[in-house]
Design a protein around this ligand. Structure first.
Ligand code: HEC
Length: 378
């Protein structure tokens, strides 16, 4: 490995103005394979080098658009096919609501994709070495000097001409840079084992720290004080109250907000006499009554109130709702049964609103009428 192969001829300048001037002259002289190295971004350098705009923008555009497209597809699939949920009566595919997610995924795809594109296509990762690294030239230009490096594979490359150009431009040093043959002959693996190892180590440290803080640290003092304070859980026994219960019943006579207690719980005759149906037998009310009857009553009483239960003997069949007794009952009396139940029939006071109860009674009346029509109905 004695035979050294020239990589580039470099020159070092002392002032930023000199490097701008040098960049202009080098690009004007027709060199294409060269680079400028400075310790910090120098304004106007890309103009002087006549660099074309970066192509990275195109990849960012494509990646961003595919992010948007993927987001729309994903949301469309989830909210129209996979798990449609009516939210506030809006259509399943409500585009305005999806905009934030589309935006987020666009940015995510564009940014992560751009970094990866840069690493793999522009910086040629995993090849992370470069002939200029660890040279005297690089040491100077990463501290306080400005350098230009014209590569040996430039079609116009000629050592003497370039040296002369450098001298004319006022270079303080001219340094040849050679390929590190060991480096050139080294076969790159897909990913460096050192890099993978570091990645694994980072993962272990990060997940370990997260596990420790969420599962251990948060249960240590002083974080545990909130959990360990004196309190009674709902089903817990209490030494404090004489009845031994920790759950306290509401004070006697308390009424829940928006709730009026049913006054005739044990007085069906009073209910029959005093309560009357506030609804008229309109199409709208009958439809509501039919819906609610079919939901709440028909499993036992049958769709037409004939007591033909669908529960196949798992629950006693109720009597027909078309009996003379029921036809003679007032609406208030039927309301009473819905409100408090009757023997094995459970109460429906909490499942249905008042309106629904009365509408259901209207529907039962219509059912009764359908089997026992009067002459006047014709
Ligand atoms: C779980 C089954 C079941 C459901 C659901 C049910 N009932 Fe009943 N219902 C019964 C049974 C059983 C009886 C008979 C109770 C008895 O032995 O007095 C009955 C009795 C009645 C009676 C009195 C009948 C009579 O001749 O004494 C009325 C009125 C009534 N139900 C209306 C309704 C209405 C209205 C609904 C819907 C809100 C409803 N039921 C829902 C099982 C049910």
């Amino acid at each position: 490995m004695t035979d050294k192969k020239l990589y580039s001829l470099t020159a070092v300048f002392d002032k930023p103005d000199d490097i701008i001037n040098a960049a202009e002259k080098v690009s004007d002289s027709g060199y294409t394979k060269y680079d400028i190295n400075t310790p910090y971004p120098v304004h106007g350098l890309d103009g002087a080098m006549k660099l074309p705009p970066s192509k990275l923008g195109y990849s960012a555009l494509v990646l961003g658009l595919s992010g948007t497209f993927a987001a729309v597809l994903m949301i469309y699939f989830m909210s129209v096919y996979d798990y449609p949920i009516v939210i506030g009566g809006k259509p399943f595919f409500a585009l305005p609501a999806f905009v934030p997610i589309m935006f987020e995924i666009t940015v995510l795809a564009a940014s992560i994709g751009t970094v990866l594109t840069m690493l793999f296509f522009f910086f040629k990762f995993p090849n992370n070495s470069h002939p200029l690294l660890e040279t005297d030239y690089m040491k100077l230009v990463s501290v306080d000097k400005y350098g230009v490096s014209i590569q040996a594979d430039d079609p116009k490359f000629n050592e003497d001409e370039i040296s002369k150009l450098y001298n004319d431009l006022g270079a303080s040093k001219i340094l040849p840079v050679y390929w590190d043959l060991e480096e050139v002959l080294y076969e790159h693996k897909i990913v460096e084992p050192k890099f993978l190892g570091m990645l694994a180590l980072t993962a272990i440290i990060v997940s370990g720290t997260v596990y420790f803080s969420l599962n251990k640290l948060m249960f240590m003092e002083p974080f545990s004080w909130m959990m360990e304070q004196e309190k009674l859980s709902p089903q817990q026994k209490s030494e404090f109250f004489s009845d031994g219960y920790s759950m306290r019943p509401p004070v006697e006579g308390a009424i829940a907000r928006g709730d009026l207690p049913y006054q005739f719980a044990d007085k069906p005759e009073m209910a029959a006499k005093i309560l009357s149906n506030p609804l008229v037998s309109s199409e709208e009310n009958l439809l509501l009554g039919k819906t609610k009857y079919n939901i709440y009553c028909s499993p036992c009483h049958g769709y037409f109130g004939e007591g033909d239960s669908r529960l196949r003997g798992q629950f006693p069949n109720p009597p027909s709702l078309h009996s003379q007794k029921l036809r003679d009952w007032t609406d208030g009396r039927i309301y009473h049964v819905i409100e408090v139940g009757q023997n094995v029939m459970p109460a429906y006071n909490t499942q249905m609103t008042n309106n629904e109860k009365w509408a259901t009674i209207l529907y039962i009346r219509a059912l009764q009428r359908s089997l026992n029509a009067k002459e006047s109905d014709l």
